[in-house]
Design a protein around this ligand. Sequence first.
Ligand SMILES: Nc1ncnc2c1ncn2[C@@H]1O[C@H](COP(=O)(O)OP(=O)(O)OP(=O)(O)O)[C@@H](O)[C@H]1O
Ligand SMILES: [Mg+2]
Length: 461
Amino acid sequence: MSLDTLKSKLAHRPNLSPQYGVIYKITPTIIYAKGITPSVGDIIKAIHKDSSESLGIVTLSESGSFGFSPFGFVEGFSISDKVFIEKNELSFPVCDDMLGRVLDPLGQPIDDKPPLQNTISVPIIAPPIRALRRGIIDEVFDVGVRSINGLLTCGKGQKMGIFAGSGVGKSTLMGMIVKGCDAPVKVIALIGERGREVPEFIHKSLGGDLSSTVLIVATSDDSPLMRKYGAFSAMAVAEYFKSQGKDVLFIMDSVTRFAMAQREIGLALGEPPTSKGYPPSVLTIMPQLMERAGKEEGKGSITAFFTVLVEGDDLSDPIADQARSILDGHIILDRNLTDFGVYPPIDVLSSASRLSNDITTKEHKELVRDFRRYYALIKENEILVRIGSYQKGADSELDYALSIQPKMQEYLKQNEDENINFEKSVADLRAIFASKPASRAQSQAQAQASLQQNLPDLPQE
Ligand SMILES: Nc1ncnc2c1ncn2[C@@H]1O[C@H](COP(=O)(O)OP(=O)(O)OP(=O)(O)O)[C@@H](O)[C@H]1O
Ligand SMILES: [Mg+2]
C-alpha cells in the first residue's frame, strides 16, 4: 500500500491517542503548560515523573499556552510533566447510599470507608434555579430550636445566615438544627475549619449520628481551590437530593473561610484587592453559591443556613454585608448573652427572618410582635430598673413587660440536646402572654359591651 493511500485511509479515523501538553513554568500558585488548548474552567490531569497524578483547573488562557491552579499544592510538579484535559467540567460522584458518609470536595471518602459505588456524576458548578421555576416559600421549616421556630420562623427553601464571632456557639447551634430539623436529607459543608474540629463537630455537636447526613469537608490545611469547591460540591449533593423531590437541609460553616479561599485564588491571579483585601470575584461567587438554594417548582427544596464569622463582632465586614444582601434573613449570635448563660445566644431584636410573615398565622405574628415589643421595652429601661430608679406603677406596659421577663428569658434558652418542634415553640410563646391584660382599645370595647348589657331595658314606646 502506498503512503498516500495509507494517509487517506487514516484521515477518516478518529485520533485515538489523547492529546497532551507539557508544563513549562511553575509559580507558587499557578502552573503554565502548552501543547493543548483547554478552556478556562476545564479540568487538567497532570502526570508526574513518579506516575502519580494531580488535578487542576484552568484559570488563565493565552495564545499558545494556559495556566492552571492545582487542587492540591504545587509540590511534586516539575517541568515537562505531561498534562491532559480530564473532563469538560468539574463533577462530583453522587448516589442514594451516600448518606452517612464524610467526603472530600472531589468525592473521595475521608471516613476510612470504601469509595462510593454505583455513582452518577453531577456538575459541581451549576446555574441557580431559574427565577420562574422557583417555588413560593409557603411551608414552615421546623428547625427544632424554639427561639428560631417561634420568633424567626424559617420556610422550606429559605436561605438564612448565622452571624457570630469566634467561639460564640455557631457549631453548637448548627448541630442543634441538624439534629432537630425534620429534613430527610442533611448536607453539611465544613469549609476551612481546623482539622481537629471535624471529629469534634461529628461527636459533640451531632452526637455521632450521621444517618441521613452527608458531610463534605475541606479543612484549613487544604488548598484554597479545595476549600472553594468544597462548598460547591456540597451544594451539588444537596441539588441531587432536591431533584428527587426531597426537602434538604444545607448547612455550611463558614462562608467567611470560603471567601478567604477565593481571596487567595483571586489575588494569585492578579485581581486587585478591594475592601479588607478581598478581590471583586469574592463578591460574585457568593451569590453563585447561595442562589442555588431554594425551592424548585415540581421538585424538592434546599433550606440553607450559612455561618458567617464576624471578626471582632464587626457586622459591617464586607463578607457579612454581602451575605446579608443575598440571604433571606439573619440570625445574630451575641457574645454578651453567653455571659448570662443564654444558649443559643440569639439576639432576637437584631435578627430577622424575611419570610416569616408569609408562613405564619395572624395569631403567631401578633405573639412575635408582642415578644419583640416587650423585650425591646425592657432593654430600653434596663439601666433604670437595675439602679432602682424605676418606680413600679409608673408605666403599666413596662410593669407587664417586667412581669413576663423571666418567662421571655427562659423561652430563649435551650439545652444542646433538647429538640423543641414548631407546634411546641408556638404554644410556649402563647403561654408567655397568657396573663396579658387587654389592650386599651380592647378594654374600652369590653367596657362598652358590659355597659350595654347592664343597662335596664327601656320601655318600648
Ligand atoms: N447550647 C449551648 N449550651 C451550653 N453551652 C454552649 C451552647 N452552645 C455553645 N456553648 C458553649 O460555647 C462554646 C463554643 O461553642 P461553639 O464551638 O459552638 O462555638 P463556635 O462559634 O462554633 O466556635 P468557633 O468559632 O471556634 O468555631 C462551647 O464549647 C460550649 O461550651
Ligand atoms: Mg465552630
